[in-house]
Design a protein around this ligand. Structure first.
Ligand code: NAP
Length: 308
């Protein structure tokens, strides 16, 4: 039998600082599989339409064995696929493309990757609820874009009440309404929103969160001092703060939360976990999560910018 040589890759724009090649090359090495993982920069549609069509055609023909999808295509790619996993359909975003027979299937591993990292940190149990049973399963998600969709879905599905704070009220309202429709007995609280992320307003109107998640790019280069949490606003006592941003390793939000004595983490762990789940979906092999983590931790502290 001929050994498969996996042709994998990432589509998004820009991709110069992506850690995904390092993650997946480490996974291939550690599992002893042949293959390569390449970046395919595809500009936003409609400019990138030809390239997107070409890459998806290559997956359909079996020339590529899988693709990751990142900004700005996680939502726009839905229309180009034959089928969505129930999770990707519910979230409305795809970060993993694979082939089933002749069909192109879109999946989402961000939601499960997020919960897997909260588990690794010891913040939530197997079901995704607070390990500390006396803590309220109440979360506040900052931002209402693609990543916020995955995080909000994961939390609400696990049984958390989620409030969403975003600078565009209609974006947060749509997210809440769509996810509520796809979740039986939707747990999402009415989003309390206001221009310019008035977290204070949300805190005054929604139950105090035990988990605060930054799903905006605030804190990434070039403005490392930016934070979605207003300066001077105290954090709720005992809260956990998770920043999806993973460059720099310690964002202003994470640093402030730690200084306030809270548990806080950046998003590198989620990046590793979502990559591991994509790798397993493409290869049918258990992903070597720790080898993947070791491959990016040193790069992560050196690089100045980056995305998936
Ligand atoms: P996105 O779809 O562009 O959504 C970003 C959200 O943040 C939107 O609600 C956006 O509002 C808001 N926002 C942007 N700039 C803002 C500002 N200056 N002030 C207030 N709100 C602002 O991006 P995404 O895919 O959700 O990604 C969000 C962040 O998560 C990125 O930093 C990304 O790298 C990170 N991420 C990490 C992982 C991981 O594995 N760790 C996975 C996915 C994403 P508007 O729509 O009004 O601009």
């Amino acid at each position: 039998m001929t050994e498969v040589s996996y042709a994998l890759g990432l589509i998004g724009y820009p991709l110069e600082y992506s850690l995904s090649p390092a993650l997946h090359r480490a996974a291939l090495r550690a599992t002893g599989l042949e293959g390569e993982y390449r970046c395919y920069p595809v500009p936003p549609l409609p400019e990138g339409e030809g390239q997107l069509r070409d890459l998806l055609g290559r997956v359909r023909r079996g020339e590529l064995h899988g693709l990751n999808v990142t900004i700005p295509h996680k939502g726009s790619i839905l229309a180009w696929l034959d089928e969505l996993s129930p999770l990707a359909a519910a979230i409305g975003a795809v970060n993993t493309v694979l082939r089933r027979g002749e069909r192109l299937v879109g999946d989402n591993t961000d939601a499960a990757g997020f919960l897997a990292d909260l588990r690794r940190l010891g913040w939530v149990d197997q079901e995704g609820l607070p390990v500390d049973r006396s803590a309220p399963a109440q979360a506040l998600v900052l931002g209402a874009g693609g990543a916020a969709r995955a995080v909000t879905y994961a939390l609400a599905k696990a049984g958390w009440a989620v409030a969403i704070a975003a600078r565009r009220p209609e974006q947060a309202a749509n997210l809440a309404a769509e996810l509520e429709r796809s979740l039986v007995g939707g747990m999402i609280t009415r989003p309390v929103i206001y221009p310019l992320l008035p977290v204070a307003t949300v805190l005054a109107e929604a139950p105090l969160p035990y988990l605060i998640v930054n799903a905006t790019p605030l804190g990434m280069p070039p403005d490392l001092s930016a934070s979605p949490w207003p300066a001077g606003l105290p954090f709720p006592d005992g809260a956990c703060v998770y920043d999806l941003v993973y460059h720099p390793a310690e964002t202003t939000l994470v640093a402030r939360a730690r200084r306030a004595g809270l548990r806080a983490a950046g998003g590198l762990g989620m990046l590793v976990e979502q990559a591991a789940l994509s790798f397993a979906a493409w290869t049918g092999r258990e992903a070597p999560v720790e080898a993947m983590r070791r491959a990016v931790e040193p790069m992560h502290s050196k690089k100045g910018k980056g995305r998936k």
